[in-house]
Write a protein that binds this ligand. Structure first.
Ligand code: ADE
Length: 411
């Protein structure tokens, strides 16, 4: 039994219910060894399978596990049983950001700091091809130091508001934060849809109420699609041009992250840190560096299989992790070389995910995802996972082709 006496996998004691949605329930959890608090998201596999979302979720989990940012709720681990999937997440103590709005709008400075942290998180993920697609108040949490943490990043497949085709359910959840093109069209740009939602969040923080609202949901859709809203007289003048460009109903002319970070209202009080850290405000710079310093030798060892290379390849499993001391370009070209040789198709999904698949020959039906994550400059964690096809074919490729290519393994 996985949750015998409220204990998950003999490792986490499950406590009170923190929240629930269509697919999942979130509980407080406590690591039985360290005493550390976690949030455990429990997903009903049957519901996921019925909605034909399993493959999608697996891929999103793979990406999410690799995203580390001080303003994103960290995924510690994923466990599964026959009937459930468990996400063990960073526990965020301070409640929802929107609880701060019970007395009305926020002070301009406070709203700006939260918004800067939100954009930092969103920009970080967008650079890696990961989109939230379901930004709403419940997904914006605060830690005990008052820093914003975005939850459910990369888990849009589990969004309560979407069907399998990406279209909205009208029965549950409010479309208040959803971009017009998401409502009316099939395909949409995830990045621009997130920016619209961030625009709604910023409006709410500074105004204390929603820009598009109606008790009749159809009227609400109409208002969103028109893109027409009114600023209250108290709205900071310098923020208006930013919000208006984020709530542009045309995704093509809508502001991008690059435009937002250049806006004078946004830039106030910020230092720009290029590279992987993204944007950090000067007052939580130290916190940020410490958090991102997480990718240290300890992480490398705990994420891979220890120092013994011979134990690296275990053919009972469908996944292997190893660390290479090579630049990403060299790793990608090596993977491409292997795939060309094997006549497999290569698909680069985003900056970190490479999928190889074959429809021909004896490896037909084989699909392998490679995730490449920079841990420190020129040191990469590679996770290869079998997504489709048989284990034999997967291990043949790992042993005969990938393994010999590991010229400078560090762990
Ligand atoms: N509710 C949903 N996710 C949570 C988390 N990670 N921490 C605390 N409460 C939550």
């Amino acid at each position: 039994m996985c949750t015998k006496d409220g204990v998950l996998m003999q490792r986490y004691e499950l406590g009170k219910l923190l929240g629930h949605g269509n697919f999942a329930k979130v509980y407080h959890g406590r690591n039985l060894v360290t005493g550390m608090s976690v949030a455990v998201k429990v997903i009903d596999k049957m519901k996921v399978i019925k909605a034909e979302m399993m493959q999608h979720i697996k891929r999103e989990i793979a990406v999410m596990r690799l995203v580390k940012h001080p303003n994103i709720v960290q995924m510690h681990e994923v466990m599964a049983t026959k009937t459930k999937i468990y996400f063990v997440l960073e526990y965020v103590k301070g409640g929802e950001l929107f609880d701060k709005l019970t007395k009305g709008k926020l002070k301009e400075e406070a709203a700006r700091t939260y918004f800067q942290q939100l954009v930092s998180a969103i920009g970080f993920c967008h650079e890696r091809g990961v989109y939230h697609r379901d930004l709403k108040p419940e997904n914006l949490l605060l830690d005990d130091e008052g820093n914003l943490k975005v939850s459910d990043f990369g888990l849009s497949a589990l969004a309560d508001t979407k069907r399998q085709d990406g279209l909205l359910h009208t029965c549950c959840g409010s479309p208040a934060y959803v971009a017009p093109e998401v409502i009316v069209r099939r395909g949409y740009d995830g990045a621009k849809a997130d920016i619209w939602s961030c625009g709604v969040v910023l409006f709410v923080l500074l105004a204390g109420f929603l820009p598009f609202h109606d008790s009749n949901i159809i009227e609400m859709y109409r208002k969103i699609a028109s893109g027409r809203f009114k600023y209250p007289s108290s709205f900071p003048v310098a923020a208006k041009s930013l919000v208006s460009k984020m709530l542009d109903p045309n995704p093509i002319t809508r502001f991008s992250i690059g435009d937002i970070v250049e806006h004078p209202w946004f830039k106030t009080g910020l230092v720009y840190k290029p590279m992987t850290e993204g944007l950090v405000s000067s007052d939580h710079l130290e916190h940020n560096v410490e958090e991102l310093g997480n990718c240290n030798a300890f992480d490398i060892i705990s994420l891979s299989r220890g120092l013994n290379l011979s134990g690296l390849f275990n053919e009972d499993e469908k996944e292997v992790r190893f660390v290479l001391k090579q630049p990403a370009t060299a790793i990608f070209s090596k993977l491409e070389e292997i795939c060309n040789m094997l006549k497999m198709k290569v698909m680069k999904n985003n900056g970190i995910l490479v999928e190889i698949s074959s429809t021909e020959g004896k490896s037909g039906g084989l699909v392998i995802d490679f995730e490449v994550l920079e841990m420190i400059p020129d040191v990469h964690l590679i996770k290869a996972g079998l997504v489709g096809g048989d284990k034999l074919g997967f291990w043949e490729i790992m042993n005969d082709h990938v393994r010999p290519a590991l010229t400078s393994v560090v762990v």
